[in-house]
Design a protein around this ligand. Structure first.
Ligand SMILES: O=P(O)(O)OC[C@H]1O[C@H](OP(=O)(O)OP(=O)(O)O)[C@H](O)[C@@H]1O
Ligand SMILES: O=c1cc[nH]c(=O)[nH]1
Ligand SMILES: [Mg+2]
Length: 212
C-alpha cells in the first residue's frame, strides 16, 4: 500500500480553515470540494489514458484521453458525498458507484447499509472517497468489497488520516497483490478514546450536513 500526504501550501491553507470549529457548513462544503480537486490531481497520476490525435486549427497534435473502461468513483455515504463533485469535475467520464457505511460509535465497527456498485470491477480503476480515515475499519471494509468484485487498482482519497488507521489498512489490504493507494491532505497525530482523529476536524458528516 502506498500513502501520500499531499504537501502543498494551498492544501494546508484550506485544511486549516476546514479544521476551524468556527467554519460553518456552507464554507466547509466548499473547502472540501476544493480540497478534493487538489488531492485528485495527485490521486489520478496513474489514471489510464490512450493516445489520440486531434486536429488543431493549424496542425495535428498528439495527445491522450481517458481510457476505457471508465474509472469508477465510489463515495462512502454520508461524508464522502461532500467529495463527489470535486472529483467528478476532474474526472468527467468516470462512473459513480455508492457505498453507504456507518461506524458504530460504541464498538467503532463499520456497517454497510447500502451498496450500488457494478458486479464486475475487473479492469476498473476505482477511486474511493471518504474524508476521514480514523480506525481504518470503514475504508478497509470498502476496499475489500471492491476487491471481492475484481477491482485490482484502488485509490482512496481522504482529507485526514490517523496513523492507527493507516496501519490497520496496511494490515487489512496491504498484502494483496494489487496497487492500493491512500492520498490524504494530512496525517494527524493520533485517535482519542472515542476513535476521533486528533487534532482532526470533528465529525465530517455532521459538519457537512448537520447532526441527523
Ligand atoms: O476509519 P473509521 O474509524 O471507520 O471511521 C471513519 C468513518 O467515520 C465517518 O463516517 P460516519 O460513520 O460518521 O458516517 P457519516 O459519514 O454518515 O457521518 C467517516 O466519514 C468515515 O466513513
Ligand atoms: O475524527 C473522526 C473520526 C471518524 N469520523 C469522523 O467524521 N471524524
Ligand atoms: Mg459521521
Amino acid at each position: 500500500m502506498q500513502t501520500l500526504a499531499v504537501d502543498h501550501p494551498l492544501v494546508a491553507h484550506k485544511l486549516t480553515t476546514l479544521r476551524d470549529v468556527r467554519t460553518d457548513s456552507p464554507t466547509f462544503r466548499r473547502l472540501a470540494d476544493e480540497l478534493v480537486t487538489l488531492l485528485a490531481y495527485e490521486a489520478t497520476r496513474d489514471v489510464r489514458v490512450t493516445d489520440v490525435t486531434v486536429q488543431t486549427p493549424v496542425a495535428e497534435a498528439h495527445g491522450v484521453q481517458l481510457a476505457s473502461p471508465k474509472p469508477l468513483v465510489v463515495p462512502i455515504l454520508r461524508a464522502g458525498l461532500g467529495m463527489l463533485d470535486g472529483m467528478t469535475r476532474l474526472l468527467p467520464t468516470a462512473e459513480v458507484g455508492f457505498l453507504g457505511m456507518i461506524r458504530d460509535e460504541g464498538s467503532l465497527q463499520a456497517q454497510t447499509y447500502a451498496t450500488r456498485l457494478p458486479d464486475d470491477l475487473s479492469g476498473r480503476q476505482c477511486y474511493v472517497l471518504d474524508p476521514m480515515l480514523a480506525t481504518g475499519g470503514t475504508l478497509a471494509a470498502a476496499i475489500k468489497l471492491l476487491l471481492d468484485r475484481g477491482a485490482r487498482d484502488v485509490t482512496a482519497l481522504c482529507l485526514l488520516a490517523a496513523p492507527e488507521g493507516l496501519k490497520h489498512l496496511e494490515e487489512a489490504v496491504g498484502s494483496i497483490d494489487a496497487p492500493i493507494r491512500v492520498v490524504t491532505a494530512a496525517i494527524d497525530d493520533h485517535l482519542n478514546e472515542h476513535g476521533f482523529i486528533i487534532p482532526g476536524l470533528g465529525d465530517a458528516g455532521d459538519r457537512l450536513y448537520g447532526v441527523v
